[in-house]
Design a binder for this molecule. Structure first.
Ligand SMILES: [Zn+2]
Length: 244
């Protein structure tokens, strides 16, 4: 007669339940390897993320301790790519500009001349390397901190000049005002204020600009091509939001 579990005396029933079952080696090996595999994968992903965070953010400049802010600006200046050699044309020896900007600039200079205004361009395209020299040589010559220097000059990688779309004008009849705030009082500046927009040039750093940079009446940038607009989109958006 087959005895059910209930027929067993209590003592034997407990003994029976305590009897060790055969060790389930298969499932244990499987779950251990799954857990290990999962753990390793998680570690790998975590490490990837940590590594990503450890790579120094782009936009740092050697010799400048400040870091770019949320807008990508360093000491007030937006980052700019360097124009490719193939995009640049020479207006006259040593002065190069993006093709579209150069054509409009020639038109602007010729029309100013016709109006009796003696404008010239003293600086246009500057490579990142040249900008590096401009920034750090002037900074040490004038014994300025990077912060002070950045008010009047862009750190390398942050200059509109490197795009090949920016120019520094001078008035040939007032040479002493070259790259000086006093350029504001020249006939050349008065003419630019009234006419530069017709050639798609705009004053980059007006008085009390949103970026907190020095007033530069001589420095104008070209915004008359899709490429130029694309490069200056961030700064335009920033200026618009600051005016609101
Ligand atoms: Zn300039």
């Amino acid at each position: 007669m087959l005895r059910t579990r209930e027929d067993l005396p209590v003592a034997r029933r407990q003994q029976a339940t305590r009897r060790p079952r055969p060790f389930p080696i298969g499932p244990v090996v499987l779950s251990v390897s799954l857990a290990l595999g999962g753990g390793l994968a998680a570690l790998f992903l975590l490490q990837e993320q940590l590594l990503e965070r450890w790579i120094p953010p782009a936009g740092l400049v050697e010799g400048i301790e400040a870091r770019p802010d949320g807008d990508g600006r360093l000491l007030g200046h937006f980052p700019y790519p360097e124009a490719a050699e193939s995009e640049l044309v020479e207006i006259w020896p040593g002065i190069r500009l993006q093709r579209d900007a150069a054509a409009e600039l020639r038109r602007l200079l010729a029309d100013a001349r016709r109006d009796g205004i003696r404008l010239t361009v003293v600086s246009a395209f500057r490579s990142v390397d040249i900008q590096n020299e401009v920034f750090f040589n002037m900074k040490s010559l004038r014994n300025q901190s990077a912060e002070e220097r950045a008010k009047v000059s862009a750190p390398p990688g942050y200059s509109e000049h490197s795009t090949g779309f920016a120019v520094d004008f001078a008035d040939l009849t007032r040479p002493q005002t070259e790259l000086s705030e006093s350029f504001e009082s020249t006939p050349g500046f008065a003419w630019l204020k009234n006419n530069a927009h017709r050639y798609h040039f705009t004053l980059s750093f007006p008085r009390a600009n949103a970026q907190g940079l020095s007033f530069e009446p001589w420095h104008w940038r070209f915004e008359g091509s899709a490429k130029a607009l694309e490069q200056f989109e961030a700064v335009q958006r920033f200026q618009r939001s600051a005016r609101r």
